[in-house]
Design a protein. Sequence first.
Length: 227
Amino acid sequence: MTTEVSSATAAASTNTTSSGAASGTKLTSDFDTFIKLLTAQAKYQDPTEPMDNTEYASQLAEFSMVEQQVLTNDNLGSALDQLGLGNMAALTGWVGMEVRSATAAQFDGTNPINVAPNPAAAADDVTLVVKNSDGDEVNRITLPVSAEPYNWDGTNFGGDTVPAGAYSFVVESKVKGEVVLSEIAEVYTSVRETRMQGNDVVLINETGAAILATSVTALRDPSQVGA
């Protein structure tokens, strides 16, 4: 993990430096072109109606403002990159911890998976739909209209234990037989790695899924679960 992060950091640093150098070169080139155009404009102006000095000054001021805005945007982008790397470093302490988010969970073939449903308050019927990594339904379980956690024991429609693997959980909320809300339930998964994705920090869990750090709703130490 350290090697990959270091490589990503080096690449980001190289890209930022290259981008900054390219921007500076472009601005210099644009300014030279602007001066040439301004000089040509003065050279070939109508002598009977010469351009006012104030207009020259105004054009120079406008170009200078655009130049400063571009430089400010480059500096802001660099600051955001550094902030993102700082956030990632701060979240490396989450590696080995369990986070709760709307994602698939890894069933080891034995231990149940704790599911946190959040059905619609107006629902009169709630169903937990269990799907495998291929998106096929393996079970449908009737739940109470409640946000109380549910432990799925790893069984399918026939009551048999499903193979180990990644499983997702969709909560269907119905009113008078019609689905009014269908969303992925939150589950706890173990964090294996932290990465930068653009300016966002993502967590890689045991299924290999990338979870935005900002989407995590709970954090726990697996060694303290059930203690």
